[in-house]
Design a protein around this ligand. Structure first.
Ligand code: N01
Length: 497
């Protein structure tokens, strides 16, 4: 993939910032844009990578694309009329995010190639002291836009490191490895794998897909957006907004109709997925291997029109079951069968709990974030945390979505943070943090919403869950309900000092 020329370097601050944002992906850029639009200019976004874009900068694997329609996956205050497909590919989304930097004049507010290595709340001075690999920073308010899906989950398969060929994770695709004619193994059948497999199957010699659990797959219906449609969206923004509205409400209706529980809608969607499988795979033995043994919605529902057809290619083998170990030349299954391979791709997902807890963040009275989350990864309204003054998380615990665009969640959270900042200014506050009582109440409400949900009843394990099987990643309701809960901060839920 072509590396973008790095924007000019942001000046290194020599005094405490009003706001420091960690991460220049969708969340961090949205925060920066809305801060500037609200008159907060004393702001820096630090990004560990050499370009903005976050997950869309890093995940460059063949076939990478979004499974939410492009118009719905854009910031409402930064629309784009000329998306070239219903579902945008990674290069187009990454370019959109890079363009935001120029469009909203953020260049001097973004420090690239700058990794945060720790952050400590200094109560006496009411500010965050932040360590980075380029030197220290100080800020009144710290906002994490680190996202949840960027620490690769490397499976604990015996002998993994004995494999002699190239071995890489989908999120760190090695574009220097030519796959033409090679024997390639792919481990995993989640959202990443179902895009990689159809993209590389035609060029590789042999492809062996190692499936532990089959996913539910429904049709994608992706299409190019023709020049006339794009011109219409450019000339008539109301047409673009109407399309986005339809895409949004269709997804909200699913959640409102009980998509997060085993419901009539679940059964309808399962029937549609089985029909999709029957239409695309003629071989009953292959179909049997691809039938999910759990309820739809328990893991992320995948959308694809070319995944099943790719598995019917003569050069593709679906190997279902558990892997025993890796050897220098391939993969051995529990049943003793061995697959010699030249290249191995880990499409094994992300370690969601590691994301923020890996950066040592130390709040009031020496409270360490990873320890605060020892019992359960949680946050007040998914955004703030008792014991961590002036600290906010975007796409924090239980605010991901399975059914709709997370960009809508990010926007609601950004506005909530801005309301907190405005209140701090108006009342000349030094610090703001949720009360433990308010946070506990919120968590109890959340647990009530989660009880009996598809993630607890659906008979599967997924990255949404922690070791105790609790969903710590997804919001168990509609986007509308979440946005309503953030619309007006209730100041009685906060300690204001
Ligand atoms: O990861 P996953 P992903 N032996 O965790 C398997 C977003 N995303 O990168 O199901 C064998 O879903 C594991 O098997 P099992 C999206 O939110 C979005 O694909 O645990 N297999 C599973 O099949 C998504 O949900 C887009 O039994 C092993 C796979 O690896 C999230 O990212 C595109 C194994 C991991 O699937 C993560 O998706 C890509 C082992 N030891 C990603 N360990 C779009 O917008 C794990 N597996 C389209």
């Amino acid at each position: 993939m072509t590396e973008t020329p790095a924007p000019q370097v942001a000046p290194w601050p020599d005094k405490p910032l009003a706001v420091l944002v960690i991460g220049a992906g969708f969340s961090g850029l949205a925060m920066a844009i809305r801060c500037r639009q609200s008159g907060i200019d004393d702001l820096l976004v630090v990004e560990k990578a050499g370009a903005v874009g976050g997950t869309w900068h890093e995940n460059t694997y063949p076939g990478a694309a979004c499974d939410i329609p492009a118009h719905l996956y854009a910031l409402s205050f930064a629309p784009k009329s000329d998306w070239t497909r219903t579902y945008a590919g990674q290069p187009e989304i990454a370019a959109y995010l890079r363009e935001l930097v120029e469009r909203f004049d953020l260049t001097k507010h973004v420090a690239l190639s700058t990794a945060v290595t720790g952050a400590v709340w200094d109560g006496a001075r009411a500010l965050w002291r932040v360590e980075t690999d380029r030197g220290p920073l100080e800020a009144r308010v710290l906002v994490s836009g680190m996202g949840a899906l960027h620490h690769p989950a490397v499976p604990a398969i015996p002998g993994l490191h004995t494999f002699l060929g190239p071995l890489f994770h989908t999120s760190a695709w090695d574009h220097g490895v030519a796959l033409q004619g090679k024997r390639v193994g792919v481990i995993g059948t989640g959202a990443s794998a179902i895009q990689v497999v159809p993209a590389i199957a035609p060029e590789v010699g042999r492809l062996v897909l190692f499936q532990r659990t089959p996913p539910w797959v429904v049709p994608r219906n992706d299409r190019p957006t023709g020049p006339r449609m794009r011109a219409l969206f450019r000339r008539l923004p109301v047409a673009r907004r109407a399309l986005r509205g339809v895409q949004f409400w269709l997804r909200e209706a699913q959640a409102a109709l009980g998509f997060t529980r085993v419901s009539g809608l679940t059964r309808l969607a399962e029937a549609a997925s089985r029909r999709h499988l029957r239409q695309q795979v003629a071989d009953p033995a292959l179909r049997a291997k691809l039938a999910p043994p759990y309820r739809l919605g328990c893991k992320r529902v995948l959308i694809s029109d070319d995944y099943y057809p790719a598995l019917t290619r003569p050069n593709v083998t679906l190997e279902a079951g558990a892997i025993r170990n890796l050897t220098p030349d391939g993969v051995t299954m529990m049943d003793g069968s061995h697959h010699p391979l030249d290249v191995l791709v880990l499409a094994t997902g992300f370690d969601v709990t590691a994301s923020l807890a890996r950066v040592p963040v130390v709040g009031r009275d020496g409270l360490i974030l990873a320890r605060a989350w020892g019992e359960r990864v949680a946050a007040h309204r998914g955004v703030a945390l008792a014991g961590f003054p002036n600290f906010f998380m975007l796409l924090g615990p239980n605010t991901g979505l399975g059914h709709n665009s997370v960009v809508l969640m990010i926007e609601a959270q950004v506005e909530y943070v801005l309301a907190c900042l405005a209140e701090m200014r108006a009342r000349k506050l030094a610090a703001i943090e949720p009360t433990p009582e308010a946070q506990a109440r919120y968590l109890a409400e959340l647990e009530a919403r989660l009880s009996g949900s598809i993630w607890q009843q659906g008979g599967c394990a997924s990255w949404y869950q922690d070791a105790a099987g609790r969903n710590i990643a997804l919001w168990p309701g509609t986007v509308v309900a979440y946005r309503r809960s953030l619309r007006e901060p209730d100041w009685s839920e906060f300690v204001l000092t």
